[in-house]
Design a protein around this ligand. Structure first.
Ligand code: FES
Length: 164
């Protein structure tokens, strides 16, 4: 003969187990979704490596004139391996302290080039212009040219980049 409380116990056990399963599910969802949400809301949390990239010898810098240096490196982002090429301009009055400018226009990302006749960095996309100090001189660029942190090691210029 069945005990009168046995059905009750079974129901209670079933209910308890379903609570446990529900709780485990919630925990799992939380474990996955919280970091994903943090990454999408705050991309700065994504770990992006910073690398010092050798762009060339200090001896190649022409004092008083922006000197173009080209670079290339492989950028690894997850499974993606991408060849990155770029150009920077070194503007130096002396070789102890100088500025390394990105050649990417701050308006819409076109490449600027130094125009010695006009003494400006010129962007052909929308006639943007920057003076030798990277400040906007004309056109639509909203801010000065970006600068790279740099250091000189063994007579070579290294710039700090994200990725690689
Ligand atoms: S992209 Fe350079 S001025 Fe528009």
């Amino acid at each position: 003969m069945k005990h009168p409380n046995s059905n009750n116990r079974k129901t209670n056990r079933r209910r308890f187990l379903s609570y446990l399963v529900g709780l485990a599910g919630l925990l799992l969802v939380g474990l996955v979704s919280v970091p994903m949400a943090a990454l999408s809301l705050f991309p700065a949390f994504k770990r992006r490596k910073e690398t010092w990239l050798d762009i060339g010898p200090l001896a190649d810098v022409v004092l008083g004139d922006p000197t173009a240096f080209t670079y290339r490196y492989n950028n690894r982002d997850g499974y993606l391996d991408q060849l990155i090429r770029g150009t920077v301009y070194v503007v130096a009055e002396n070789l102890q302290s100088f500025t390394v400018f990105s050649n990417i226009c701050t308006h819409a990302g076109c490449a600027v080039r130094w125009e010695p006749d006009k003494q400006v960095f010129y962007c052909p996309c929308h006639n943007g212009m920057y003076n030798i100090n990277g400040q906007v001189a004309a056109g639509p660029p909203p801010r000065p040219l970006d600068r790279f942190p740099y250091k000189v090691v063994g007579g070579r210029i290294l710039i700090k980049i994200k990725g690689a």
